[in-house]
Design a protein around this ligand. Structure first.
Ligand code: FE2
Ligand code: FE2
Length: 206
């Protein structure tokens, strides 16, 4: 397929189509405890933020796969993106179960993350592109840890999903490191943290 059409097709499917996980949902079989309306709303907002993170992960990996001319690295990015699809499916299911909706701005988050990933891949080259993955996955891991502290204690299902995602993101960072990631110049991780802060603050509500 023409790469442009393929990219557009992937973007539309990420943002608008339901997803299917290839691994069992960590929330399956987890006991459901009673939650207050406030707890349920809080859990829904946090899981919406996590769902946005996974939409962005799809965009980042897709853009970096497109940016590289190295077939091995392309395969690495596409394999990682397939694993992130599990996260997308699990957070989607959790949003539904909590009666919460995904972010209305998902097309915008996807486009932003895609642009950043593509620029990192094209301007920086493969090692920087992998460095960008390492830094992103580490920041996401830290962010998921903060959610484990903020999710209602009773929401065992969301906690199970977030815990598994956190373990996977750590593995993704390690994989990218092993594939030859270069450290990013100093201001970039800080700028990424700032961009993530803006995204999470808005996605908590919208
Ligand atoms: Fe993920
Ligand atoms: Fe990841």
């Amino acid at each position: 397929m023409n790469p442009f059409i393929n990219t557009l097709d992937q973007a539309l499917r990420t943002v608008f189509a339901p997803h299917h996980a290839s691994r069992p949902n960590p929330a399956a079989g987890v006991a459901t405890l009673q939650m207050t309306d406030i707890e349920r709303k809080q859990a829904g907002a946090l899981m919406r933020v996590n769902h946005v993170g996974e939409v962005c992960a799809q965009a980042l990996y897709a853009s970096q796969a497109l940016a590289t001319n190295n077939p091995q690295l392309k395969a690495h990015f596409l394999a990682a993106s397939a694993e992130e699809t599990d996260h997308l499916a699990w957070t989607e299911t959790r949003l539904n179960d909590l009666g919460a909706r995904p972010s209305l701005l998902n097309p915008l988050w996807y486009a932003g993350a895609f642009g950043l990933g593509f620029i990192a891949g094209k301007l920086g080259g493969d090692a920087v592109s992998l460095g960008f993955v390492v830094e992103t996955e580490r920041q996401v891991e830290a962010h998921l840890q903060s959610h484990l502290e903020r999710l209602p204690q009773a929401d065992l299902a969301s906690r199970a999903v977030v815990s598994q995602m956190k373990a996977d993101e750590a593995q993704h960072a390690a994989d990218a490191q092993k594939a030859g990631a270069a450290p990013l110049p100093k201001p970039i991780p800080d700028a990424m943290r700032l961009a993530a802060k803006v995204m999470t603050t808005i996605a908590h509500r919208i």
